[in-house]
Design a protein around this ligand. Structure first.
Ligand code: AMP
Length: 391
């Protein structure tokens, strides 16, 4: 069978320096993709509604329009050799509509699967990979029936559009269920949802896999700490048994093969107390938990993404040093800037966002270290991230 990438997407076998990559979405992920693309000699265009967005600052041109503006996507395609995207809620039909103009090596199946939690869970399970037990639920009656099988505690999530814990309700008792019923009765209706068993995890982790439609390579499994549902810190590598590391790598390769992946895919994981790995969700793009790879790996997640969509060969990235990555949200900008002068070991990244807002991702700091636990303590001891401590 011809591969998806060559047959249905009609892309050139391989892009070369001088060709143009069009990115839908102009935030920090697009910016870091663009930086990788540019050092390889590609030209970069970006579609984003905000003039001078983070990606536009390092790109060759910007099409300034909403992400779902069909004529703008058409214009980006006309000016590009390949299209990619930095977030998953891109209009897949709009990408399909311009595939005769520019190639879309990632395809749109990956987008359609990851845009819907039920499709995503089914895909993961169909590829021999465990998730929390789940049921699709489209009404309060179906929710009752699903709870009979899954039991409390459980997590109810909307199928589409949720992120960072938005659109999620933890159900621990009938009282919580009543609140969901009341919300539906008040006219909110019952959006297509998924009920998942609550995973009593030891910690959250993630693994990145990159492909070029033929070959697939993985990055190390890393440990992630969230605060208020926003990624706070990534510790690379995660301290896990050889068995957990092997399973994480194997499942990443299985999923990548299933998608005939081109570019980078992030897989969010739960590591359970009895040392198993369960997939939480997928992100069809580079991921915040992979920013450490910029300094800590022989190829970073953005390089691998660009190489993958360009049809370039990929070698297994090597971890050159353990690392700790901490996010700089709006409230951390001033305190961290005040301390740059004291921290030669901080690899400081700033995304060039004009507006500083509480909880908005403004940048990150990566520290290479032989002792991640000590580095975590040193970072926390600066007090820069104290605001997030739960009282
Ligand atoms: P998500 O939007 O699916 O990534 O979920 C956001 C956060 O909610 C995750 O990072 C977990 O901390 C938590 N969470 C999501 N699903 C579950 C689950 N089935 N069991 C326990 N915690 C969960």
């Amino acid at each position: 069978m011809p591969s998806l990438s060559e047959e249905t997407q009609g892309r050139k076998a391989m892009l070369l320096p001088g060709d143009t990559i069009g990115i839908v979405g102009g935030g920090q992920l697009g910016r870091m993709m663009a930086l990788s693309a540019r050092y390889m000699g590609f030209k970069v265009g970006v579609l984003d509604p905000t003039p001078d967005c983070p990606t536009a600052q390092v790109a060759d041109f910007q099409v300034t329009a909403e992400y779902d503006d069909r004529s703008a996507i058409h214009e980006l395609a006309e000016r590009s050799d390949v299209l990619t995207y930095e977030f998953e809620n891109v209009d897949a039909d709009a990408i399909d509509a311009v595939r005769g103009i520019a190639a879309a090596p990632q395809g749109t199946d990956l987008l359609r699967v990851t845009q819907n939690r039920v499709r995503e869970k089914r895909f993961i399970n169909d590829h021999g990979t465990p998730t929390a037990p789940w049921r699709a639920v489209n009404s309060t009656e179906e929710l009752d029936a699903a709870l009979d099988e899954i039991h409390y505690p459980a997590v109810l999530k909307t199928c589409e559009g949720g992120y960072d814990g938005h659109g999620q309700t933890v159900l621990r008792s009938d009282a919580d269920l009543e609140k969901v019923r009341a919300r539906a009765d008040r006219g909110g209706g019952f959006p297509p949802s998924i009920l998942e068993g609550f995973v009593d995890f030891a910690f959250e982790a993630s693994i990145l896999v990159s492909g070029n439609g033929r070959d697939y390579v993985t990055f190390p499994i890393v440990r992630n700490e969230h605060r208020h549902n926003i990624l706070h810190m990534t510790i690379a590598p995660a301290e896990v048994s050889a068995e957990v590391a092997r399973e994480a790598h194997e499942l990443a390769i299985r999923l990548a093969r299933g998608f005939e992946l081109a570019g980078t895919l992030a897989i969010e994981l739960f590591v359970t107390k009895d040392d198993r790995v369960i997939v939480n969700e997928l992100a069809p793009r580079p991921h915040n938990s992979g920013h450490y790879t910029i300094e800590a790996c022989s190829f970073d997640q953005f390089d691998a993404h660009i190489r993958g969509i360009a049809g370039w060969p990929l070698e297994q990235p090597r971890l050159l040093s353990p690392a700790v990555m901490v996010n700089v949200l709006g409230q951390h900008v001033e305190p961290t800037r005040a301390l740059i002068k004291d921290h030669p070991e901080w690899n400081v990244h700033d995304y060039g966002k004009a507006e500083v807002r509480h909880d908005r991702k403004m940048g990150h700091i990566t520290v290479l270290t032989d002792d991640p636990a000590r580095t975590v303590s040193e970072l926390e001891a600066t007090g820069c991230w104290d605001d997030l401590k739960v009282a």
